[in-house]
Design a protein around this ligand. Sequence first.
Ligand code: NDP
Ligand code: GDR
Length: 355
Amino acid sequence: MSTGKTALITGITGQDGAYLSELLLSKGYTVHGIKRRSSSFNTSRIEHLYQDPHVEDPRFILHYGDMTDSTNLIRVVQETQPDEIYNLAAQSHVAVSFETPEYTANADAVGTLRLLEAIRLLKLGDRTRFYQASTSELYGLVQEVPQRETTPFYPRSPYAAAKLYAYWMVVNYREAYGVHASNGILFNHESPLRGETFVTRKITRAAAAIKLGLQDKLYLGNLDARRDWGHAREYVRGMWMMLQQDWADDYVLATGETTLVRDFVAKAFDLVELPLEWRGSGVEEAGICARTGRTLVEVDPRYFRPTEVDLLIGDPSKARERLGWEHGTKWDALCAEMVREDLIAVAREQRCSAE
Ligand code: NDP
Ligand code: GDR
């Protein structure tokens, strides 16, 4: 049943866009999403939500667009007149941002400004609430642990620097024009829908593929980085909660627990019954299967970043106290869910290629 509320989601085809769409549809929203034109399908995460546009009063509607195209964004905002905009679109891969710094700035930094300007130009400031997908990458070089809303920022990548600009534009539009605009400073959140080149999914997919005999080895970069990993489904609920408050504000969403990349790898391989022993150190480090003696994990310096974020651990107290937000899934349960889903997905691909 419709609540009459309308949301516009940029980045609807991504991990968070898919979970947020499900959440808002379940709450009776009409959901509009901006998707990029692509030469191959980019809607696999939201296919189950697709509605034939010919049905009467569709509640899930996609529009072509791009964060680098102001006129497109203004037109879509004007046509949809959203009560809530969730700006999730971004070139979101930190390592890729070192290769494409200018594009990352255009999409992630100026793209956010374009949307805020659309709200201002269309005089929607009294109606439209705005959520910005800010990030724990803003903290970068460790200044304080755990990191909270008041911790100073020190971005360590073109991605983080672009997100820093977006963060401050959100604060500025809130203060200068009274826009109900909030930053969610979200720590890493993962799921079976996570992109396959982010480290958790790369690991769980490789563990499944090695177990099923489709891959020999997993190559990784820095195994010593620590991340605060939560479940994406729980984090999109926090995004929605921020926009239901009377006053816009900025909130950290995190679990408060941090884990080494190396430990996530070990857990995933344990789950597929290929327990690892670590040998060597630095670029020589390798994960050897304790049962067979086979080398399953190697370090490849190609995956090192020019500047790294060594330690992320967030303090979600403000979100807990003011929003009532809680996370439920711990990193090892998250890892288990991802491995389970990847075993199913890889086995399905194996069957298809055999047919
Ligand atoms: P994904 O990479 O899974 O999704 C990014 C989305 O943005 C995709 O829909 C992508 O489209 C779209 N997109 C990329 N560039 C453009 C562009 N130029 N114009 C329009 N759309 C574009 O990211 P997540 O879902 O994981 O993250 C959502 C947001 O939250 C991102 O802004 C990310 O930076 C931020 N974030 C993520 C965290 C996490 O741990 N997941 C933590 C903190 C912040 P396509 O499918 O065509 O590529
Ligand atoms: P991150 O996530 O950079 O934290 O950004 P990612 O999973 O890419 O890296 C996490 C850590 O793992 C190390 N690492 C590797 N990373 C990748 N991708 N591939 C590897 O082979 C590999 N080996 C080791 C990385 O060096 C890093 O330390 C994510 C994104 O979703 C951002 O958009 C978001 O803002 C932040 O999380 C919070």
